[in-house]
Design a protein around this ligand. Sequence first.
Ligand SMILES: Nc1ncnc2c1ncn2[C@@H]1O[C@H](COP(=O)(O)OP(=O)(O)O)[C@@H](O)[C@H]1O
Ligand SMILES: [Mg+2]
Length: 367
Amino acid sequence: MMLTAIGLMSGTSLDGVDVALIETDGRRIQALGPSGYRPYSETERRLLRQALYEATSLSQRDARPGILREAEQAVTVAHAEAVASFVAQNRIAFEDVDIVGFHGQTVLHRPERQLTVQIGDAAALAKAIHIPVMHDFRAADVAAGGHGAPLVPVYHRALAQSLEREGPIVVVNIGGVANITYIDGTDTLMACDTGPGNALLDDHMFRLFNQRFDTEGRIAALGRVDEAWIANALALPFFALRPPKSLDRNDFAALKLGQMSPGDGAATLTAFTAAAIARVVPLLPKAPKSWIVVGGGARNLTMLRMLRERLAPASVEAADTLGWASDSIEAQAFGFLAARGLKGLPLSYPTTTGVPIPMTGGVVARP
Ligand SMILES: Nc1ncnc2c1ncn2[C@@H]1O[C@H](COP(=O)(O)OP(=O)(O)O)[C@@H](O)[C@H]1O
Ligand SMILES: [Mg+2]
């Protein structure tokens, strides 16, 4: 049976809420609908940054001490607003939507402590939008000993199947953190976080240029890449680990650029993301033939150029050129995952999150 699902994603970049409609039975993509975006205000963003900082001391996933309670309410309200304007703009009746997939906002990801914390009140959201809401996608995986991340690979596989091209194909998502899905035929699905995505670069741009990100990679394009700095950073133990493996947004926040000029810093951080993605190649079963870039990082032209340089002779394409809505793929994925959750299909596998057996997940809150 086909389901109509709305997916909601607010990633580690803290930029805002992506919304997308998808029709699916949880296996096949029947149709992709419209998508939307509700950016966070500066005040909300500041609150979330503070929440990330305070969350480092959490030891229980459902505890909301201090500012985390306030941040959770803000996340819920932002998502309710995102859905309300999305259904209004696209004239969608809420009774025609079977399920909303609500990822929430990750404030802490510590798989080695079996702890991954997403804030957002699904029960309050379901009441506000009058649609059943699936949430807590990562909990079952983590409880079973998985990393709880990444969860998008099953959706990347469904997208890649529609391309009908020879593999291996890698879908690389450059959000706050970067993650890959390796797809070879229908059987091999492998995934992991590769290292930083945009978060280090965004933080650098904010600190030194008072900009939220390096638009199209223009600043990095003028800077000089410090290859020695990158080689040094890539010597961290994480990069040699075999997949599956996952990261917290701030796992590399302690890396300092030292004496570099602001422009050289932007170039070096952009190249670091590209180099960390390329570093995963020797850890994969076969060398990929083509790379498809999704997420906000696909808009960074310097990032794309550096990826091409480091992944040659494989091809590197931004997802938009294939007709995929690069900015909405993660939101679509959480609609797809909600449909899978309703049907009890696996969301994660030993090769994607390290969970011992294929694992379904998600909890439904009803209006
Ligand atoms: N026009 C652009 N040029 C360069 N980078 C961009 C552009 N638009 C978005 N980005 C980058 O993408 C990020 C948002 O990507 P997104 O896929 O939403 O990540 P997340 O899933 O972590 O929220 C921004 O923080 C920024 O770094
Ligand atoms: Mg985002």
